[in-house]
Design a protein. Sequence first.
Length: 279
Amino acid sequence: MFGDSLYILLKLSLIKKANFMKLISWNVNGIRAAVKKGFLDYLDKEQPDIICIQETKAHVDQLSSEILEDHGYNTYWHSGSRRGYSGVATFSKEEPLYIQEGLGIKKYDEEGRVLITEHEHFLLYNIYFPNGQKDEVRLKYKLQFYDDLLPIINEQVESGHNVIVTGDWNTAHHSIDLARPKENSKTSGFMPVEREKLDLYVEDGWTDTFRLFHSEGERYSWWTYRFGARQRNVGWRIDYFFVNNDMVHLCLDADIHANILGSDHCPVSLTLDVRSNDL
């Protein structure tokens, strides 16, 4: 009898584990540098179902076989026309049903900012959102990117898909999301006009999954390399997993892993319950 009970518990545990999916997003600030700093060791240890990386700063022909093949993942890359700049990649244990490089908008696609993969239970947008700090031209480009993306993902939800949008959004949404809000109110990344764009996403039915589970401050995902900012935790939370509101009930956990080094960003994660009867 005891043996039967143990067997049932073990079987239930395995079934429950099989129902979970762990996704990680990480701006690695250069995949070749990240590999030298232990990226593949981290991947082997964590074993996420999917990991999305941003700022790969490399074309596929610049990568070694250990990055492309030797880690148990199917890998997909979208690089910009300019070498050593931007770029995104998605590693998935299960082969996606569909892969799309870019949004189909030339001015964004030539910078290698978006990789879309379709999985059994959701569409996944892996995005390196533009940074607006260089000048007014780049700020306008960033704001237009937010405007152009929103109807695209809304249309996917309206057509019946659950959608995850992850990556480096390059904007801290609220004062709680950075260490020095007053000092940065006129800095791109926390300007009112940028934060209002994220407000529009929320108003249109998108949820920042981290805030489903964490209301506390001083949780950041990016720190400048200068001034010992990371050691003092003077950072910004600009890396997110957003999901459409109808997908919120599938979210089991979301977190920030500030203890993981190797980039000026740290990984962020989302854990899902993908039991088919809940979808």
